[in-house]
Design a protein around this ligand. Structure first.
Ligand code: BMA
Length: 321
């Protein structure tokens, strides 16, 4: 095996890619960047589907084992609704799902592609069939958002990724709070993009929603490296304090997964692995990721190995890189 692969903490499923347009019940350009959850004992993916206009919508696909036999909705499940939500004019993308324990509702955060740029929208659902839109919750440019499943001191919390343009372009992960899911404030940066030659310099974003572990909230994020032949999207880990998620306790230095397989290296956008969902079953983590903006793949890891890796990393020292 290529020595470089041995550093990766996730193993690719041998049947990858597990979903592509060839499996889709209606014509589409690509299916990728899916949110994931266990619903009624089945794996549910809320899949980003790009049509032949270039506009994305979301469609549900369910499977008993999370690998085979996908029951896919025969038509789009959640379409952009530009009439009532003008911010959705150029499509809805990259969903993340969080079960809000106390409400027994699922929160779905997604990117609305508005005329002013991408922004964060939020909807809730109990059945993934009917959705209640709360509308835009962050103005452009902002994306890659997911809620925590619990409140902190009575307030909901959301990680998201605004883009700052001064003094240089910097895309960092921020945290915001809300009493009611609708009004958000107390915004603060929690995980900054590194600088210079790092794999996660200048542009990072949340990948799958944070996972609660005994040691802290495990955060999976992507870092974007700009090279002469384009960008490379890779994945890394950080850990936030259990009671105070504004505090980064650990942050891995090395990436833990990056484009290597042919379906990750070549597609509509080359060299991209982009997870929007992961499922923890005991110690197994099943990460569903968009590969090269063209298909959906699965990779698995041991939760305790991920936690050990990030805990072995130095405590976060902000801006020391
Ligand atoms: C990001 C998002 C993702 C996409 C990735 C690579 O900015 O738009 O939807 O997968 O770029 O193209």
């Amino acid at each position: 095996m290529d020595k470089k692969l041995t550093r990766e903490l996730f193993s690719r499923h041998p049947e990858n890619p597990i979903l592509s347009v060839d499996d889709w019940p209606y014509p589409a350009n690509s299916v990728f960047n899916a949110a994931a959850a266990i619903v009624d004992g089945r794996t549910l993916l809320l899949v980003r589907v790009e049509d032949f206009r270039g506009i994305s919508h979301l469609t549900v696909a369910c499977s008993d084992d999370g690998v085979h036999g996908w029951d896919t909705d025969p038509e789009p499940t959640l379409r952009p609704d530009a009439e009532h939500h003008p911010e959705e004019i150029w499509g809805i993308e990259d969903p993340r799902i969080t079960l809000l324990d106390e409400m027994q509702k699922w929160a779905v955060t997604y990117t609305s592609f508005s005329e002013g740029g991408p922004l964060v929208s939020l909807a809730t659902t109990t059945d993934f069939r009917h959705y209640e839109r709360l509308g835009p919750v962050m103005p452009p440019e902002d994306k890659d958002a997911a809620l925590f499943p619990v409140r902190f001191d009575g307030r909901w919390a959301m990680l998201h990724r605004p883009v700052a343009k001064s003094p240089y372009i910097s895309a960092d992960i921020w945290l915001s709070f809300s009493p009611d899911l609708k009004h958000w404030g107390d915004h603060q940066e929690v995980i900054g993009a590194r600088r210079g030659g790092w794999w996660d310099a200048n542009k990072i974003g949340l990948s799958a929603p944070p996972v609660k572990t005994k040691e802290g909230w495990l955060v999976l994020y992507h870092g974007v490296r700009t090279t002469a032949s384009g960008s490379i999207y890779r994945l890394g880990l950080a850990m936030l304090d259990l009671d105070d998620p504004t505090h980064v306790v650990h942050r891995g230095e090395e990436w833990i997964f990056g484009p290597k397989a042919h379906y990750e290296r070549e597609g509509d956008v080359d060299d991209v692995v982009f997870p929007c969902g992961w499922i923890c079953a005991g110690d197994e983590v099943r990460m569903y990721y968009g590969a090269a903006d063209s298909c959906i793949a699965l990779a698995t890891a041991s939760l305790s190995e991920l936690v050990d890796f990030v805990r072995a990393s130095p405590e976060e020292r902000r801006r020391t890189w």
